[in-house]
Design a protein around this ligand. Structure first.
Ligand SMILES: [Fe+2]
Ligand SMILES: [Fe+2]
Length: 192
């Protein structure tokens, strides 16, 4: 499937807000891919598809899980906001013809992050927070850090503020987010 075909399908699958966010993330991921050492073309496709399952009903999630033998992460049962990321790779594969494991993994980890992320996983995580439609206070700070070339600093700040947001909401923190943050902080200490 070409990028244009993906965009045309996404337009039918996502609400207007999510569709615009998606285009923003794809462009933002392509822009910052070199800073993270990721492939800009793959970053664009991963950005396009990162939220491809965001507007799925629970019935449709169940249907995909059965059809493609997806075993959802146990945290999905407790935090529904995570489902779209964990089902995303199956949808990207089945409906958009993507079988690049690097892209599928960047979709999978775009909400939680994880320890020792690949360059593509990193850039999709950060682009999701910095695309121009994101008006949160921390997005401006993250953009400033990216412009200064502080790739991992922006991730530490981004994952940290997501964890704070989750705590404030009274939701559960996925352990991978904690592992991601600790991994980056330890790495930064080693390099100082
Ligand atoms: Fe998402
Ligand atoms: Fe997103």
């Amino acid at each position: 499937m070409t990028e244009e075909q993906m965009i045309a399908r996404l337009k039918t699958e996502l609400n207007e807000h999510r569709f615009n966010h998606t285009l923003g993330v794809a462009a933002e991921a392509r822009r910052w891919a070199p800073l993270y050492g990721a492939d800009p073309d793959k970053a664009y496709v991963a950005g396009l598809l990162h939220d491809c399952a965001k507007n799925f009903s629970l019935d449709r999630v169940r249907e995909y899980c059965e059809r493609y033998s997806v075993k959802l992460d146990p945290y999905c049962m407790k935090e529904k906001a995570l489902i779209h990321a964990f089902i995303g790779p199956a949808v990207a594969k089945a409906d958009y013809g993507v079988d690049d494991e690097e892209i599928l993994s960047a979709i999978y980890y775009h909400t939680t992050a994880k320890a020792d992320m690949t360059p593509l996983e990193k850039v999709i995580y950060i682009a999701d927070m910095t695309e121009p439609g994101r008006k949160m206070e921390q997005s401006a700070e993250l953009r400033r850090m990216l412009e200064q070339g502080d790739a991992d600093g922006a991730l530490i700040h981004g994952i940290g503020s997501s964890i704070c947001f989750v705590i404030k909401k009274g939701s559960l923190i996925h352990p991978d987010s904690v592992y991601a943050l600790n991994f980056l902080i330890e790495n930064r200490r080693k390099s100082n």
